[in-house]
Design a protein around this ligand. Structure first.
Ligand code: 5AD
Ligand code: FES
Length: 346
């Protein structure tokens, strides 16, 4: 296995078969070796800096019905909310004071938020905080909508591809959602000029090592600026309620592979990783990640934005999370940087 990891370190790519071999049959020792190289590569581009993004979960209404997601349309037990513009601006203000220089507007696909409303929000945030980057994470839209948001000042867009394999995509989503359109959206976003983030869940139902290898090859082809991954975690009000969660071990291994495959990439150590293990986010950083995305949403709505069960930080204030993360990163020899945290190179 070591020879494959060395090859990936030296050339930043493997064949599908080689990825499959690594993903399906590595030992703990292989993982440790991978992580040590991943840290070395990460260090070369980003030193010990950890970038932070302030996540504002501004609506949990969603017109989609993804089988894994706790805020899917069919979940009648989800208590729905939308933040007002004023609430969103308050989140940004609080975030700015806490040292955030990137805000992420994330929500379900909520038709209430028309292009005009989104454009107005973007303009307001960017004019008030011109030294900050603004990221959108609001799902699939037409090219002309993406263009309008970009022209209004949005800098980045996160849209996880969820799985690169079309058949697997069909097992995770209702049939009105198309993997082809998903990928088209990502290419549209890149072409428009956004810094783009894709990503997938590790251990999602029906996922195989081949699927994960295809994810790596898709990512190599797309060349995104950021890749967000986290373990699948079942939600009790979804059709996947009885499916097993993804594991810490497999998620960390995929982070390590991503770091060697896209050396410059922004790789978040996600909240889902922190949910399956108390030190999950620290371990993610030590496997090659370099971003954390704490929540800036008002405490009153946090327990309502539940994509999966047992989500952490739903009882904490933004300031508490900020200080908590500072401590956590310092405990492993890393430090949070007060900066937009742009990608170093692509
Ligand atoms: N477990 C883990 N991650 C999930 N997401 C949605 N539902 C779950 C779940 N049950 C992820 C998806 C989505 C992102 C916002 O959250 O990958 O793109
Ligand atoms: Fe909302 Fe999937 S249920 S994007």
């Amino acid at each position: 296995m070591k020879n494959l990891i060395d090859k990936l370190y030296e050339t930043s790519v493997l064949t599908k078969e080689e990825y499959v071999t690594l993903i399906s049959s590595h030992t703990d020792k292989d993982s440790e070796y991978l992580f040590s190289l991943a840290r070395e590569v990460r260090q070369k581009y980003y030193g010990k800096d950890v970038y932070i993004r302030g996540l504002i979960e501004f609506t949990n209404y969603c017109k989609n019905d993804c089988l894994y997601c706790g805020i899917r349309r069919s979940n009648k037990n989800a208590e729905r909310y939308r933040l007002t513009k004023e609430q969103i601006m308050d989140c940004c203000q609080q975030g700015y004071e806490l040292g955030f220089r990137t805000f992420v507007l994330q929500g379900g696909e909520d038709p209430y938020f028309t292009d005009d409303i989104i454009v107005d929000l973007i303009k307001s945030i960017k004019s008030e905080y011109s030294d900050c980057a603004l990221t959108l994470s609001i799902g699939e839209h037409e090219h002309k909508s993406y263009k309008a948001y970009f022209d209004a000042g949005a800098d980045r867009y996160l849209l996880r591809h969820e799985t690169a394999d079309n058949e697997h995509y069909g097992k995770l989503h209702p049939h009105n959602l198309s993997p082809v359109n998903r990928k088209k959206c990502l290419y549209d976003l890149k072409e428009i000029g956004y810094q783009v983030g894709c990503g997938f869940m590790v251990g999602s139902p029906y996922q195989t090592a081949e699927n994960l290898a295809d994810d790596m090859l898709f990512i190599k082809e797309l060349q995104p600026h950021m890749v967000g991954i986290g373990p699948f975690i079942s939600h009790h009000d979804t059709p996947f309620r009885d499916k097993p969660n993804g594991t810490l071990e497999q998620t960390l291994f995929m982070i390590g592979l991503l770091r060697l495959t896209l050396p410059y990439a922004l790789l978040p150590s996600t909240t889902a990783l922190g949910t399956i293990h108390p030190l999950g986010r620290e371990k993610g950083i030590l496997a090659g990640a370099n971003v954390v995305m704490p929540n800036l949403s008002p405490r009153s709505v946090r327990k309502k934005y539940l994509l999966y069960d047992n989500k952490i930080c739903t009882g904490d204030e933004a300031a508490e999370c900020r200080f908590c993360l500072n401590k956590r990163m310092e405990s492993i020899g890393y430090n949070i940087a007060v900066t937009r945290g742009d990608v170093k190179q692509i």
